[in-house]
Design a protein around this ligand. Sequence first.
Ligand code: GLC
Length: 434
Amino acid sequence: MIKRLSLLLVALISLEVAAKEYKYSPTPENLKRRKEFADSKFGIFIHWGIYSMMGDGEWVMTNQNIKHKRYSQLASGFYPSKFNAKEWIEIIKNSGAKYLCFTSRHHDGFSMFHSDFTEYNIVDATPFKRDVLKELAEECNKQEIKLHLYYSHIDWGRDDFPVGGTGQNSGRDKSKENWSSYYSFMNNQLTELLTNYGEIGAIWFDGVWDKPNFDWQLEEQYRLIHSIQPQCLIANNHHKEIREGEDFQNFERDLPGQNTAGYSEGQQVSKLPLESCQTMNNTWGYNIVDDNYKSTKEIIHFLLRNVGMGANLLLNVGPGPDGSFPEEAATRLKEIGEWLSKYGESVYGTTAGIIPPQDWGITAMKDNTMYVHILNLNNNSLHLPIKGYKVKNAISLINGKSVETKQDKNGVTLYFDEIPTEIDHIIKVELKPI
Ligand code: GLC
């Protein structure tokens, strides 16, 4: 008896150790997707939900202390008459972005897709009755845009969600909290998302920071995702170090390694592909009074500052309640697209520069080609400390002219006719390792 008990104990302990030692090995198709993702450099984030009707961002329910019972009534008035998946994806395609990350379910808990596990979804709870995600997935497929899905771990409406730091005044019945019920609900929905909408490029989680010390059972959830679609990348906006099972690392409103916005304190830059998400104005979800748009030039500079670090930019749009993109956003996307259609070779498929980012700009590499992006220089010459390379030639991508260079033992100096004043003066430098 004692022997049996001790055997059982050993078995239990080894199970526990196995669970602790779980090591994720990405499949070959997953590694291929990571490379494709890292090469793509530019994606569009879309924050859209029933909150868009209130014109006060995606946090409106919590920020205005609205009870879930009242808030959920918005659904029966949601009829985005101008929503047109083909037009959205065309705008995204023409912006030069290679992927779309769509909010399938935000913290308000409303599913922007048809779900069998809650009626609180766009098909069953609104007069619109259309599965917008299905329409988007089909268009993404046609127009070759990868589809990523944002999925919130937080739910401000469900009684079974164990309440965290946010959404405390939404009127939930705390006595009904039930993590295992909520966890299976999420896993059922993730299974739907990964089964009914074709190939998913990534699942982008958000919300763990709401209960930072809680065991969200992420590894098991990540395993589920990879078992359904092994190539599907997983990212988690938890603002902390990368965890086992994640395929790329994201940074909120900051370049990798920086923490100007205050979200990235616990984050070291990992070796995984990187992505930084940013708003065009100040808010993610539609905000009717937020006209504080960054200029096209500022956005291109932020994209390039990411590119210099080998990272992607995920740029946000918050469509209005009618389903159309704000005019300011559409204009900027068009202008970015015009710029990328001319200079995309210096962006797509590049890796981090051999020279770390500088105040004057950044560099990016493609094999032995170095793209020098001059963003801010008050001089008509620039020294590049590239020891170990010889310059074969250097040309300006802006005017096609060759650029005068002078090699010395510490690197090379580029000379320009005038101080560069374009959005970005790009010099393509062919190098030969010595
Ligand atoms: C934050 C916010 C959320 C937004 C996200 C985008 O975590 O809670 O509203 O979706 O950032 O990065």
